[in-house]
Ligand binder design. Structure first.
Ligand code: PLP
Length: 397
């Protein structure tokens, strides 16, 4: 019997929720990826900001393998060292006080929403449960985090969503106060840089208004650091670039470096909100994922972050004003390009030329490994520039 190709098997049996690129990955090392046909690529996508130090990074792989030889899972009924150590690292590096572990960004955000609701209820009584989120935001795919996601395209066909979310445009900080003054707002949830929304950093004006209102009305600030967090912004967490301290920080993606983990960090004001039985997750804080995450957190030191900023500066410099590129946005190693050619065409062209990049809305999105070798980065950026310039007027002239 002839074996079906990976493409054929997948389209026959896997739910068609993903529009996949026509590549079946076979293996990878660092920022290099090989497909089943043996073609080599430089990876500027890291599995959507997950493989923090690239594929099969030796330090991360060793940390996970070492744990794998001890035990893979215990349930949350027992204490486990990697999980406790990870919580310690997260708290020490951020000043947060307690951590709840889940398995994904959506779960981390679900936890944050529960904490915000309970905090508001305990502190201000019932009826103060609404959470302001931003238009263009992305917070996950569960029905509640979908409701938090301020993009209607994700909502349609799934109504009714969880009640209790109101949306404000990040371009209109002045719209915050009238909403907050109604008295039913518990929290404001934001991404320091919107990822899926088009790689857009939050304006200083919005952050200033949001933090002022949070202080005045005792609202919790929830930073969704699922994508921009864990070193990607050039600081440990994206919000740190704004000099603010949120009450809740959620993260996932790059924290695990490739294994599923999500974390909801709670600060001083809400560290005691959750008590026995309030929340849980069978796999949450799984020791394998936690052991890998510990190795990631231990490496995100000032030297590593300086390396992120250096690579970022190089990319901004190389791409700003380049042929076929209308704008460059983002922060650190989360970068969006507005291109003259449709983003999907640039992505396909790059792929043919051996570079993997992503899209975000109408933009081309780059999320390289934080330690991508400069040589690979330079090669990939040259290829990307060629792809952006090709077919544009200048080239045809
Ligand atoms: C990816 C993402 C999520 C959802 O994370 P999952 O692990 O897919 O549930 C939430 N928030 C932001 C900002 C994200 O980028």
């Amino acid at each position: 019997m002839e074996e079906l190709s990976t493409f054929a098997l997948d389209s026959e049996y896997v739910a068609s929720t993903y529009r996949r690129f026509p590549i079946a990955i076979k293996e990878g090392k660092g920022s290099r990826v090989f497909d089943e046909d043996g073609k080599e690529y430089i990876d500027l996508g890291t599995g959507i900001a997950v493989n923090t130090f690239g594929l099969c990074d030796p330090v991360w792989s060793y940390a996970v393998s070492k744990q794998m030889m001890l035990y893979q899972h215990t349930s949350n009924l027992y204490y486990t060292r990697p999980t406790a150590r990870l919580a310690q690292l997260l708290c020490e590096k951020t000043g947060m006080k307690k951590v709840f572990f889940g398995n994904s960004g959506a779960e981390a955000n679900e936890c944050a929403i529960k904490v915000a609701r309970k905090y508001a209820c305990l502190t201000h009584g019932e009826g103060r449960y609404k959470i302001i989120t931003l238009s263009g935001s992305f917070h996950g795919r569960t029905l509640t985090t979908l409701a938090a996601t301020g993009q209607e395209v994700f909502h349609k066909d799934f109504l009714p969503l969880t009640d209790g979310f109101v949306y404000v445009s990040p371009k209109e900080p002045e719209a915050l106060r009238p909403l907050v003054e109604k008295g039913d707002i518990a929290a404001i949830m934001f991404e320091a840089v919107q990822g899926e929304g088009g790689v857009l950093p939050l304006s200083k004006a919005f952050v200033a208004e949001m933090t002022a209102l949070a202080r005045e009305f005792d609202l919790l600030l929830i930073a969704d650091e699922v994508q921009i967090g864990n070193g990607r912004s050039g600081m440990l967490y994206g919000y740190m670039n704004y000099g603010i301290t949120p009450d809740i920080v959620t993260t996932a993606k790059g924290l695990g470096g490739g294994l599923p983990i999500g974390a909801c960090l709670m600060g001083e004001r809400c560290e005691g909100v959750l008590s026995f039985g309030d929340h849980g997750s069978t796999f949450g804080g799984n020791p394998l994922a936690a052991a890998g995450a510990v190795s990631i957190m231990e490496r995100l030191d000032e030297e590593c972050l300086a390396g992120v900023r250096e690579r970022s500066a190089y990319i901004f410099e190389a791409l700003s004003g380049a042929d076929g590129i209308k704008s460059v946005s983002g922060m650190g190693l989360m970068i969006g390009l507005e291109t003259e050619r449709p983003a999907a065409e640039v992505v396909a062209d790059c792929r043919e030329r051996g570079v993997l990049v992503l899209t975000a809305k109408t933009k081309v999105r780059l999320l390289p490994a934080l330690n991508i070798p400069f040589e690979d980065l330079r090669t990939a950026i040259e290829i990307l520039k060629e792809a952006c310039a090709s077919g544009t007027e200048k080239e045809n002239a």
